[in-house]
Write a new protein. Structure first.
Length: 203
């Protein structure tokens, strides 16, 4: 091999190596340019940290106060349910209006008197059917209005049986429709009894 040929090969090899190095360098530069830049999160000053801490504490306190107020409200409502003085004594007309349109009287707390007509496996252990009136009639058979009575709790009505005469402090829930033994259906007022007293028996 001549000196000229060896020199040409050396130069060619150097050029090739230089091209490869240049391509790698350009690729690295491109990768560096394409990489997203991240900025450091702003540092919270002591004043900002304290303000945030106070805001969090205030929010937590407000939540606690709201929960306490709601609990106190529920306790007051439960206490009122067991206070006979919070129930209204109905006139015959008021009672007739409730019987006519129970939905319009939902939430009213009233005193009603009744004779239990059905309290068995068909009605369940926490509700019964009764004939009711706004006052005690002369005859146990003069309770005119058929009514579904739902106990506030099962324990409240567990000692009530069919034919009992009862005085009830109850809240109007609306109306209730059920099937009759004759194959039809009937709609009656639905009351939740919160206080009940057995005053006698129709037997």
């Amino acid at each position: 091999m001549t000196t000229f040929t060896r020199t040409a090969l050396a130069i060619g090899t150097a050029v090739t190596a230089l091209s490869v190095l240049t391509a790698c360098a350009n690729s690295g530069a491109a990768d560096t340019a394409a990489a997203p830049t991240t900025s450091a999160a702003p540092t919270e000053s002591p004043e900002q940290a304290e303000a945030r801490r106070q805001a969090d504490a205030a929010a937590a306190k407000a939540r606690q106060e709201a929960a306490a107020a709601e609990a106190a409200k529920r306790q007051a409502e439960e206490a009122a349910k067991k206070d006979p003085a919070t129930y209204e004594q109905l006139s015959t007309r008021d009672f007739a209006l409730i019987a006519k349109n129970p939905a319009a009287a939902v939430g009213r707390k009233v005193v009603v008197y009744g004779r239990v007509t059905q309290f068995d496996s068909a009605t369940g252990t926490s509700q019964f059917l009764a004939r009711t009136a706004p006052s005690v009639p002369d005859s146990v058979y003069d309770y005119d209005q058929n009514t579904l009575i739902v106990g506030d709790t099962t324990a409240l009505v567990e000692n009530v049986v069919e034919n009992d005469l009862v005085t009830m402090h109850a809240e109007v829930l609306g109306s209730f429709t059920y099937d009759t033994q004759a194959g039809g259906s009937t709609t009656v007022p639905k009351l939740q009894v919160n206080i009940i007293e057995v005053t006698g028996s129709a037997r």
